[in-house]
Write a protein that binds this ligand. Structure first.
Ligand code: GDP
Ligand code: IMO
Ligand code: MG
Length: 429
């Protein structure tokens, strides 16, 4: 039985939530394996919108198991608020269908304070983080001073760990001129949520092992995107986790072979939220038009997303480095009505031509895109549910994208609605 791992192949917000929700009808279990509530995944089902940040996008389907893996950093208050918000829309969420890894690390209010204080201290060179405390929590994890879900079970040990953690963070907060936080207030916050959080906690690797033994299908749901990966992305303008498919294994406690078919979710143009290089960014009317047609505003922070043409060099790099087998091309409808559409096929850097995105920060900022121009289409693709409903020029665009990125299109999305999706080949087979 094949599993599927979904990852973003650009800078996030490619439409992963919509595609995971669509694919989850074919899966038994949906697993988040990295990131946290910096993610914002929007699903639209028969006109009802669901905004998810920590809950796996399979949660809205009855009878599916949702798993938050050990690689996710979990803000317990944000998780409980989200459960409450989504449950109010009629979605059933209980310890029966939601499992939280007991070795996942917790985001505490202090992580958010440190995230914001460091961003402020960086001034003009800030990363533009979501301010959710993602980076500082992953830092604590690697530095071996983090607080995990399972620590909530032992109050004495928890108190000791929190005291040690706050010695570290209060020194930082003091140095940055921010207000210090007492260990007592941290403990008070944790005591309030610990019983409810622990009701979802378990060794999720066992749940996944049992699912595998029963021959069930697992769908791994990545957050963010390839270019935000801490190793492969536009460092330091990245998030603090690995967003590539290999992380599905370490971030949930399954072996590397379990990832199965890797589906890269790919927007038909490019967007980015936050700072950092973006070679095909359009700061003109065309960029404005893409943003308006695509409603490019962040789900989490409401920030306007930067927009630009499709960058085939970046996506090809994501495919090679991220082990992507095929893509889901989303938001094709946003390109409807453009007379001409451009695709970046290479870069110019200091008089040389590059067929890859270099690693250096200054080089990344300096590369100039080389464009190929393709005819647009005046008909609409919005809501198309079959290949034959697409204008010939739109098909030509999709075929050219496949050629340039050296990977096939498995799915095509033509609106935010769940069912406005064209299946070209089934990633589960
Ligand atoms: P994610 O973070 O990758 O899950 O993506 P987001 O949900 O943050 O952003 C994608 C946005 O585009 C959401 O508002 C979706 O409802 C919307 N969307 C997804 N697919 C399509 C599509 O094919 N066409 C259009 N017009 N909107 C889409
Ligand atoms: P989804 O899952 C787009 C960006 C932030 C910032 C950088 C670091 O919805 O695709 P962080 O708070 O993670 O330390 O911020 O990463 N970022 C995202 N951009 N989509 C996301 O998630 C993102 N999650 C983080 O804007 O530039
Ligand atoms: Mg998003």
């Amino acid at each position: 039985m094949t599993n599927v791992t979904v990852i973003g192949s650009q800078w996030g917000d490619e439409g992963k939530g919509k595609i995971v929700d669509w694919l989850s009808s074919r899966a038994d279990t949906v697993v988040r394996f990295q990131g946290g509530h910096n993610a914002g995944h929007t699903l639209v089902i028969d006109g009802t919108e669901y905004k998810l940040s920590l809950l796996p996008s399979g949660i809205v389907r009855k009878g599916k198991m949702s798993v938050i893996g050990n690689g996710v950093v979990v803000d317990p208050n944000a998780l409980l608020d989200e459960i409450d918000r989504v449950a109010k829309k009629g979605v059933e969420i209980s310890p029966e269908n939601l499992k939280l890894a007991d070795n996942a690390h917790l985001i505490l209010p202090v992580h958010q304070a440190v995230d914001k204080a460091f961003e402020a201290a960086r001034g003009k060179s800030s990363i533009g983080t979501t301010g959710r405390g993602i980076g500082p929590t992953y830092e604590d994890k690697v530095a071996r001073r983090g607080i995990r879900v399972c620590d909530l079970r032992d109050k004495d040990l928890l108190k000791e760990k929190v005291e040690r953690l706050m010695v570290h963070h209060n020194a930082l907060l003091k140095g940055l001129g921010a207000e210090e936080i007492t260990p007592e207030s941290v403990m008070e916050g944790l005591n309030k949520i610990s019983d409810e959080i622990l009701s979802f906690a378990c060794p999720v690797w066992k749940i996944l092992d049992e699912a595998k033994a029963k021959g069930q299908r697992i769908l791994f749901e990545g957050a963010q995107g390839f270019m935000l990966d801490v190793d492969h992305g536009t460092y330091p303008f990245v998030t603090s986790s690995n967003t590539v498919s290999a992380q599905a294994a370490t971030g949930s406690g399954v072996g590397p072979k379990t990832a199965g078919y890797v589906l890269g979710i790919t927007k038909a143009y490019t967007t980015r939220v936050g700072s950092g290089p973006f070679p095909t960014e359009l700061e003109d009317n065309t960029g404005q038009r893409l943003g308006e047609r695509g409603h490019e505003f962040g789900t989490v922070t409401g920030r306007k997303r930067r927009c630009g043409w499709f960058d085939a060099v970046l996506v090809r790099q994501a495919i090679k480095t991220g082990g992507i087998d095929g893509i889901a091309l989303t938001k094709l409808d946003v390109l409807d009505g453009f007379e001409e559409i451009k695709i970046c096929t290479g870069y110019k850097l200091d008089g040389e031509t590059l067929d890859y995105f270099p690693a250096g920060q200054a080089e990344q900022a300096r590369v100039e895109p080389i464009y190929e121009t393709i005819d647009g289409w005046s008909d609409t693709t919005y809501g198309a549910r079959s290949w034959k409903d697409l204008p010939a020029a739109a098909i030509k665009y999709v075929r050219r994208v496949e050629e340039l990125i050296e990977a096939p299109v498995a799915l095509l999305s033509t609106s935010p609605e769940r069912d406005d999706t064209i299946l070209v080949h089934d990633p589960f087979q």
